[in-house]
Design a protein around this ligand. Structure first.
Ligand SMILES: *Cc1c(COP(=O)(O)O)cnc(C)c1O
Ligand SMILES: [Zn+2]
Length: 430
């Protein structure tokens, strides 16, 4: 194998070169995986996430210094009676080297995705997101000049801000719910030159998020016994499992996959229900009844994905099963008090989703699901908003077009987006 990496389909077993490929060319219902020629984790002398670029599906790097940071917990570990708790933090926390200025681990996804797309010459990226993902892509667009089309519900537009100006973002707001904006985003991708980000199918997204596991294991000099994370799509958890598999193959970090401890926020917990029922399918009537009302009641709405890659081959269920994992359904109160405990013990504020993961760790410690001396990796997927608001500039991303739900993507709207892409292509060529 001369290439740095190939894509591999766990459905049919075929390997093939990457052309920003999101699906198996033979049509398998499976998540493609990267297989790197280099079996050992070799670090590069580069800032942020690009330290791990040997195991990212990219050739070059970006001049950005945002990456995960790991440290050994003293405060929270003492509270919970744990002797080996590693925290891997993704967010803004300058004292610890945390430089993700939009405050979530979605920046780990956005950086390699933007670079992979550029290297493959695949076109302009389209992202549909109601929150942290959209913000992360706007930020990386602002930092690199990469053009991005972001489609969000109008009600979520206020969450799209950056800490640098982002003139190459085309923000489309849809007067409707999240599903309406996803549907509109799909239509936007019918324009030539626009490529969907791809969600869990995007190997750059997963390998970017997998750097949390790499960073935590490198810091502790071994694979953790247990890994804790709050899940919405579950992409981060699949990524952790895949990264752990690479570390096992490396041979220097241990031979056992960490047990995944994954959490969702009540009352919207489809993956917890499907896991407890031992099902490969999520059945909407059973696993997420009254979805809309439930979604409106959770404290961490980034955890409310209705179509997670659960039963697909190489998906969340396979990751849980392979590691003998466990799932937790966390109440809002439990998450809030865990968030307060964390802020007092570790001295940084958390994203509400990260507070859900902390709550699951508290419960696991109390109920003896983990031992006091086990090596634990807590993925703090977001935080530092209060610090970021004090220290950094904040630029709201202004909508380029606003459409009603169900608007067809034709006529003036199509013309306008098409013209915008034309301008961006001219900028890229210049
Ligand atoms: C997106 C997100 C999650 C969940 O990650 P998935 O990969 O969608 O499961 C957890 N925490 C924060 C802060 C997030 O932004
Ligand atoms: Zn296949």
């Amino acid at each position: 194998m001369k290439e740095k990496y190939l894509l591999h389909c766990p459905g049919c077993g075929r390997p093939f070169p990457d052309r920003y490929t999101l699906d198996c060319p033979s049509g398998c219902d499976a998540l493609l995986q990267t297989v790197y020629a280099e079996r050992r984790l070799i670090l590069r002398d580069l800032p942020g996430i690009f330290r791990y670029s040997e195991w990212l599906p990219i050739e070059g790097h970006l001049r950005l210094d945002a990456g995960p940071v790991s440290y050994k917990s003293a405060g929270l570990a003492r509270e919970l009676g744990l002797s080996n708790l590693t925290i891997t933090f993704s967010g803004y926390w300058p004292e610890r080297g945390g430089r993700m200025e939009t405050c979530s681990f979605k920046e780990l996804e956005a950086q390699p995705t933007v670079l992979r797309l550029r290297e493959k010459g695949a076109g302009v990226l389209q992202v549909s997101s109601a929150g942290n993902t959209g913000r992360a892509f706007c930020q990386v667009s602002g930092l690199t000049g990469a053009p991005v089309v972001v489609v969000v519900p109008a009600s979520a537009a206020a969450r799209l801000w950056t800490t640098v100006e982002s003139p190459n973002v085309c923000l489309i707001t849809v007067d409707g719910d999240y599903s309406d904006s996803i549907a509109f985003g799909r239509e936007v991708c019918s324009l030539p030159g626009i490529v969907p980000e791809g969600g869990a199918k995007n190997v750059a997204r997963r390998d970017g998020m997998g750097t949390v596991m790499l960073d935590g294991a490198l810091f502790a000099d071994r694979l953790p016994d247990c890994y804790f994370q709050a899940v919405g799509s579950g992409t981060g958890a699949i990524a952790a499992w895949e990264a752990a598999g690479r570390l096992v193959a490396d041979g220097r970090f241990g031979s056992r996959l960490p047990t995944l401890h994954l959490s969702q926020n009540l009352p919207f917990v489809p993956m917890v229900r499907a896991w407890e029922a031992g099902r490969r399918e999520i059945v909407p009537e059973i696993d997420m009844p009254d979805a809309e009302a439930s979604i409106a009641r959770v404290s961490a709405d980034v955890l409310t994905n209705r179509h997670p890659p659960w039963g697909i081959r190489g998906g969340v269920r396979d990751a849980l099963a392979a590691s003998g994992g466990r799932m937790y359904a966390v109440e809002n109160d439990e998450a809030r008090s865990a968030g307060r405990l964390f802020a007092a013990a570790e001295e940084i504020d958390l994203d509400p989703a990260a507070a859900v993961a902390v709550a699951s760790l508290v419960r696991a410690a109390e109920e003896g699901f983990i031992g006091p001396d086990e090596h634990i990796l807590l993925n703090v997927t977001g935080g530092g908003y209060e610090r970021a608001a004090e220290d950094l500039d904040r630029y709201p991303v202004e909508p380029f077009i606003r459409v009603a739900a169900g608007t067809a993507f034709d006529g003036d709207v199509r013309e306008a987006v098409s013209a915008w892409i034309g301008e961006q292509e001219a900028i890229v060529r210049a």
